[in-house]
Structure formats: C-alpha cells, structure tokens
Design a protein around this ligand. Structure first.
Ligand SMILES: Cc1cc2nc3c(=O)[nH]c(=O)nc-3n(C[C@H](O)[C@H](O)[C@H](O)COP(=O)(O)OP(=O)(O)OC[C@H]3O[C@@H](n4cnc5c(N)ncnc54)[C@H](O)[C@@H]3O)c2cc1C
Length: 381
C-alpha cells in the first residue's frame, strides 16, 4: 500500500508528489489526461510561484517570459503596479504556456523516486469504508492509501463525491486564446489588464512572440456563442487593439465557469488541495503560486506526522492553509468588488497611480510575497 494517493496531476497534485517522493514517501499519482494537456488559464506565474518552481527543480522557474508586475488600463488612465523586491527574493513573474509548464512539472514527478505516476487514468471516486476514505476507485479496482489528496481542479468530482461541494451561482466566466504577434511587435514585460464594463482582459507575454489574452466576465454580460463577443470586446481598448493588429490566433478559445467552493477542506482520510479546495476568481492571478505553496506545506505536514492517523493532523494543515491564503482571498474579494463598480475602480486606479509603493505592496500580496497586515515591508515567510 502506498502512503498517499493523489487524484489529479496538475500543478498542485504533481508538485505534491515530487515533494513527498523527495521526503521518502511512496505516492500514487493519477492524472485523467495525457501531457501535454491544456487548461484555461491566464498563464501568469506570480513571483512566489516562480520561486516554488525553482525549488522543485526548474532553475528558470518554468522558463517562459519574465514580467515585472501588472498595469491596469481604464480609459486613458494606466496604473503600474511593480512587484516589490527584497534581497534574495524573486521579483519577476513569468508567462508560460500551461501546455509546457504542467508537462515540465509532471515529468519531474514521473522521475522522482517513490512516485508512481499514471496518465490517462481517471479516478472514478473515493473508496469509503465506515465513513472514512480508504483509497480511490480506478478502473473498477480499489487502490488503498492511508491518505487521499484530491487535487482534481476547480470542478473537482472528488469534492462532489465527498459531499464537500458548495454549489455556487455561475456568476463569472473565464475564456482565453493565444495570439502570435505580427512581425515587429513585442509585448512589454507586464501583465496588462484592460478594464471594461462587466469584463476585464488580461494580456500575458509568452515565449516565441505569443501573448495570452484572457477574458474574465460577469456571466450575465456575455451571450453565446462567446467568440463574437470576445472578438468585439477585445477590439475596444486602444492599447489591446494596437498590440493585436495583424496578430494570428494560435489556439482555440477555451472557456470555463469561475468560482468553486468547498464546505470543508477535508473529510476523514482525505484532504483537498489546489483549486479543488476552493477557487474564488483568477482576477488576482495567483492560483498557480498558491497551489505550489500549499502543496509544499502539505508535504511538510505529511512528513512530520508520518505513521500517525492523518485525521489527527489534517485539520491543523487546513487551518494553516486558510491562514496562508487569507490575505490573497481578501485582496481578491476587494478587486472583484471594484471590478463590479467601474466608477469606483477608476477612482481606485487614479489613487493608486499616485501611490506607487502602496500599489506595489498590494501587487506583492497577489504575488504571494507580501501580507496585508503591517509591518508592510516584511516579506511573508
Ligand atoms: C480563466 C482563468 C485564468 C487564470 N489565470 C491565472 C493566472 O494568470 N495565474 C495563475 O497563477 N493562476 C491563474 N488561474 C488559476 C490556475 O489556473 C489554477 O489555480 C491552477 O491551475 C490550479 O492548479 P490545480 O493543480 O489545483 O488544478 P488543475 O490545474 O485544474 O489540475 C487538475 C488536474 O486534475 C485532473 N483530474 C480531474 N479530475 C480527475 C480525475 N477524476 N482523475 C484523475 N485526474 C483528474 C485534470 O485533468 C487536471 O490535470 C486562472 C484560472 C482560470 C480559470
């Protein structure tokens, strides 16, 4: 029997498998799809995520293209939020295709001693005995483990099967497409955010002269099919229109409903990780970093409490996870509130454009390197 079974070989699941394998645990990792596999994402890795990828064994933090922070565009107003920096701290994010990033991380998991990684294996659900998860159901078989980690993404089937799902109204949707820029045009090293009414566009610089254009929108503001509205809205902000002049779309438009909630982060014998544990909105763009950081913490808990019944320590891990993500969630709620009130958003951007160090600090909260609580200059441990 393995020590830990992990459902989902995305960023959260694969990085946990690597960290556990390195700590001498035996792990079975199940991924439903094969790599390279794509997923709708803004593809901006925040600095704390870049640092975590370096610790995983990707010296260049997953490669990609560095960016210095975010620039919000509203009408003619631009507010620039640069990632804060301190000695020894990663101060750049990176734009990288999920096709590339997720495969790199999964490949390290495959090569890690102690990790048995499967692709094209869909976990059907938890195996439950006497109210406790004792393993996972795979191809009509049961794979037993003292702890099952569900890292199967925002729309986690495992969370649903454990009755931990909280239905949320489909209030926002996300969609994205990649473009190859016309010859002579280059994206600047920033994630550019163009605020519209009821929607925002994110533009992330990527390798090979490509950019990712992601739309986040109120579900009530979009009509189906999505493509005509995506094209119409993206042609509106002058800066975005100019950048994409002559650009060629190089991927399909992928869309997904946003937001997923969990009633609790664990059940007897099982714990949720990454987006499966709840996903508020990608408006502050830190999901990849948060998945990596919380998987590092879970690996440390599993190692420290080896041989003990996980039910005795998993609640403590969940409290720590919540505390780690508290500021990020507060910031995300605040930015979401502003996105829904364009007049207020404009006023906030005007204010922040005069307060670059405060703006930089707030961007540092989304980067995973700063906290909201004073003292303002202390990087998060
Ligand atoms: C529109 C949009 C834009 C975003 N922009 C950004 C951004 O710019 N920066 C950022 O940091 N984050 C962003 N995010 C968030 C980021 O994509 C997620 O937080 C991150 O991918 C979470 O990783 P994960 O491993 O938890 O889940 P996932 O990456 O979704 O991985 C889950 C894996 O589980 C597998 N799986 C599912 N069910 C099963 C099963 N039953 N059996 C086996 N395997 C299964 C799936 O195939 C998948 O590979 C964005 C998200 C969206 C939707």
């Amino acid at each position: 029997m393995t020590d830990v079974a992990i459902v989902g070989g995305g960023i959260a699941g694969a990085s946990l498998a690597i960290a556990l394998g390195r700590r001498g645990c035996s792990v079975e990792l199940f991924e439903a799809r094969t790599f390279p596999r794509d997923k709708p994402c803004g593809e901006g890795i925040m600095p704390a995520g870049v640092a975590a990828l370096q610790r995983l064994g990707l010296p260049d933090g997953g490669g990609g293209v560095p960016f210095r922070g975010v620039r919000y565009h509203h009408g003619s107003r631009v507010a620039v939020g640069r990632f804060p920096s301190a000695p020894g701290e990663e101060s750049c994010g990176r734009g990288q295709r999920r096709l590339v990033l997720d495969r790199q991380v999964f490949d390290i998991a495959v090569a890690t001693p102690g990790v048995c990684a499967h692709t094209a294996v869909m976990v059907a659900g938890p195996e439950v005995e006497n109210g406790r998860v004792v393993g996972v159901q795979v191809h009509g078989d049961v794979r037993r483990a003292p702890l099952v980690v569900a890292a199967d993404g925002a729309h986690s089937r495992f969370r649903h099967r454990l009755h931990l799902n909280v239905p949320v109204p489909r209030s926002r949707i996300g969609a994205r497409r990649h473009y190859r820029l016309a010859a002579g045009r280059t994206a600047e090293p920033w994630v550019d955010i163009f605020l519209g009414v009821g929607h925002e566009f994110y533009v992330t610089p990527l390798p090979a002269g490509e950019v990712l254009v992601a739309l986040l929108a109120e579900a009530g503001a979009v009509s189906q099919p999505l493509e005509p509205i995506f094209d119409r809205w993206r042609a509106a902000p002058p800066g975005l229109r100019q950048l994409l002049e002559g650009a060629e779309p190089v991927s399909d438009l992928l869309a997904t409903p946003l937001a997923a909630r969990a009633r609790a982060g664990y059940a007897p014998g099982a714990v949720l990780l990454g987006d499966a544990a709840g996903f508020l909105d990608p408006i502050t763009g830190g999901g990849i970093a948060q998945a990596l950081i919380t998987s590092e913490r879970l690996a440390a808990f599993i190692d420290t409490h080896r041989g003990r019944n996980p039910d005795t320590w998993v609640p403590a891990f969940e409290r720590e996870r919540q505390a780690l993500l508290r500021d990020y969630h507060l910031l995300t709620r605040g930015v979401l509130g502003l996105a829904r009130r364009p007049v207020l958003a404009h006023a906030a951007l005007v204010g922040l454009s005069y307060l670059p160090s405060l703006f930089s600090h707030l961007v540092g909260v989304s980067a995973g390197t700063r906290s909201l609580t004073p003292p303002f200059r202390t990087p998060r441990a």
